[in-house]
Design a protein around this ligand. Structure first.
Ligand SMILES: [Zn+2]
Length: 186
């Protein structure tokens, strides 16, 4: 067997030649090959022999295995090592409380979640106990030029990071914007 796809095609063709069209399920050629092999091995010896003979004949007639077995197995790419769709679904299904707990795990007790201000995803904003500390953090962000530091309107003495409204982003983005233009994240 050259590889799983080749093996799956060959088995699918053999089975097709004796009237069995299983269209195996499976995410990968390897899985399809395993399913087809189990099916093939469940046949009696005479039927297998007949299937191989007819299969070889079909290959000769078609010119290649690929042509003879075209459409008999599901075309598939190797599944990605990281299944991003699956991860997105898991995150989607994770209760929001649990999700915020995970976010908050990375926050120290000096930087509590705000009782009032929210990030764009709806979770409480992180609060910094001084403007300098917030500014330090801002400078370490990849999108620091669109961020500003502002004092929390709800918790005196605490500071947040927030994105500037898009219309203001061309201007210099340093700290002292009034807290009335509400930030959309961080
Ligand atoms: Zn706040």
């Amino acid at each position: 067997m050259k590889n799983a796809k080749h093996g799956a095609l060959r088995l699918a063709l053999y089975l097709h030649c004796v009237g069995i069209d299983p269209m195996p399920v499976g995410q990968s050629y390897r899985q399809q090959f395993a399913a087809l092999l189990a099916l093939y091995e469940s046949l009696d010896i005479a039927t297998r022999k007949n299937a191989r003979r007819l299969g070889r004949q079909a290959m000769r007639n078609a010119g290649s295995l690929e042509k003879a077995a075209h459409g008999l197995i599901a075309e598939t790419a190797h599944p990605p090592f990281i299944d991003r769709k699956r991860i997105a679904v898991i995150i989607e299904q994770m209760p929001r409380k649990e999700m915020f707990k995970r976010i908050r795990n990375g926050w120290s007790r000096r930087t509590p979640p705000c009782v009032s201000c929210r990030m764009s995803n709806g979770f409480p904003k992180r609060s910094w106990p001084s403007r300098e500390m917030a500014e330090d953090v801002r400078l370490r962000q990849h999108d620091r030029d669109t961020l500003r530091v502002y004092s929390c309107p709800a918790m005196p003495g605490f500071w947040h990071l927030g994105h500037l409204p898009i219309t203001q982003r061309s201007e210099v983005a340093i700290s002292s914007a009034p807290s009335s233009s509400l930030p959309d994240s961080q």
